[in-house]
Every structure is written in structure tokens, then in C-alpha cells.
Ligand binder design. Sequence first.
Ligand code: M6R
Length: 364
Amino acid sequence: SKGNHRHYMLKEIYEQPIVVAQTLRSYVRRLEGEIAMPAADFDLTAVNRVTIVACGTSFYAGMVAKYWFEQFARVPVDIDVASEFRYREPVLEPGGLALFISQSGETADTLAALRHARQAGQTIAVVVNVPTSTMAREADLLLPTHAGPEIGVASTKAFTCQLAVLAAFAANLARAKGRLSDEEERRIVRHLSEAPAALNAALAYDEAIEAVAAQIVNARDVLYLGRGPDYPLALEGALKLKEISYIHAEGYAAGEMKHGPIALIDESVPVVVIAPSGPLFDKTVSNMQEVQARGGRVILISDYDGVEQAGENCLATLTMPKVHPLIAPLVYAVPVQLLAYHVAVAKGTDVDQPRNLAKSVTVE
Ligand code: M6R
């Protein structure tokens, strides 16, 4: 049931601190500072390439994970949307791990890609939320998320749980390959363990986010910008908004704006900038200023330091808790989800059951 919440989507957004904690319990031993993984019956040390395949929101979780696999494990990662994967005739060599991410475990495109990769001799890992699903059954390595049933068509809690599993798995691969010191492992476990409380803190800004949503309700187009591991969040923010509010939205890598999309900027196009403070902050802010210099109205989502430093000329700012860059993609998912949610509610759309969409897409 929806409990006290008006929609399943809202209930599921609010469940995130709990279900992420629940998921993490299977992947990290907090007190020991260790990653704990389901046993794999293949040799992880032999993995020399990871190919990630998924659709929609699960694909964006994969895009974030690419950063982690490459950063921690120094293993090259290829990533595709499932509907494109087979048709580009991917080069799949021995030693390759193919990683499929799916809430439902039934998405036809992803399943077809999984079978293609299996045929091509890849080891199959699956991050899936429905443990009885077809993908779960066909995996060599099953990495379940413990988000519980997700009813809203817009995926929310499955996404943050996927990120939690993927971060732990990337660290685990790094460890298997001898590329993670005990100290680094402890640090990663500590940061991941901070995620549930940080998600809670982000949820506390719900009212502020609702107020910002009022600035978007009448827009025809909205742009989302992010950099590095927060770039996929820009894509996710845009997907959430178009899916449930029917407002046209696009996500871009912040630095890509100047290569074309900046031509769209005027005062009628709100630009949501996702920029937690950290190593990429200054670069994203200079992209944001390029937008502002052309009359663009910016909604900046950052933390206290970021908002202090760059919030001055913005249409609105949202202050998230200050978190380590590793967990920023989990924490910043919250404002992006709530923003879409409140815009949709204000527009009066059917939030849980948007037009033309199904929870699980079982045709190719
Ligand atoms: O069940 P899956 O994770 O395989 O579903 C993939 C996409 O269909 C799904 O994430 C879709 O994009 C959502 N409706 C987004 O909110």
C-alpha cells in the first residue's frame, strides 16, 4: 500500500534510506570495513573488460558505475543501451564480464542482450531487483538489490540501490585485481555506509524542492547539466521529468553545452545544474556561468559550500548535505526525483501510471 503517501512514487522515494541500507548489508561489513560479495564461481581476477548493458534508469546507473569500475579497478568498461548492443556487433573477447542491470529482470531488450553476450562466451553478472526474474535465473553472478517491490512506473529506489551494489562490486573487482589497498577498501565502505543518513538528510529538503518545482511547472523545455559521475544524473533527471510531467527535458554533460545546446538558452528554459562540491565543481560552475551569461535561469543543486560559492545569480538553489563524491550520485538522485514528482503533481498527471508507459517493457 501507499501508506500515508499520495503516490507510490513518493513512498518509494522516501523508502530509499531504508532500502539502500538493507541492500548495503549484503555487500559491506561496516564494522570490519570490508566489502562482502556473493561468492562467484568464476575467477574475478581474470576479468579484463566489463561490458555494461541496460535500459532507461538502469542504464544511467550503469553509466555511473563505469566511472567506478575504471577508477577503482582500472578495468576498461564499455556501456550500451540494450536495444543497440547486439546490432553494433560488439567485440566480446575471453575474460570479458558482461553486466546487466534491471529492476524487473524482464526487460526484453536487456534479456536479449544478455543471451547474446552468453553466446559470445561472456561471464554474465546481473544486478536485479526481482530475485525470481528471468535475468536472475540466467546469471552466473547474481547481485540482487533489496529495494522491495517498486510499483511506480518511474524508477526511483531501484536506482539508488543499484548504485549501492555497483559501487561495492566495483570495489570488489578492484580488490580481486589487487588494485585496492585495505585502507582504500575501508574508506569506500565508510563512505557507502554514510549513504542512508545522507539520503535522509536530502529528503528533508522536500518542501524546498516543491517550491522550486513551481518554477518549472510552466516551462516547455528544461535542461539538466552534470559532469563526471553526476552527468548520468542529469540524464536521469531529464528522464524522470519527461516521463511523469510530459515536459520536454534533456540532460547534457555540462562541458558539452558550448558545442551546440547552448543555442537553446533563453530565459524561458530553466537549467538544472547538478554540481556537488568536489574536484569537478569549478569546471561545472564555469559551464553554468556560460549559461547565465546568455540569460539562462539556473537551478543549482549543490551543497552548502557550492551554493555559497556559486549560488548568487541563480533562479533557485537547493542545498544538499555535503557528501563524499562517491555517494553524491545516490544523494543527488533524491532532489532530481522529487523535483520531477512535484512538477508532475502540480500538472495533475498520473504520476504512478504515466501515459504510454509500462512498468516493465517486455517487447523489443
Ligand atoms: O526493469 P528495468 O530496470 O530493466 O527497466 C528499464 C527501464 O524500462 C526503466 O528504467 C524505465 O526507463 C523507467 N520507467 C524509468 O523511470
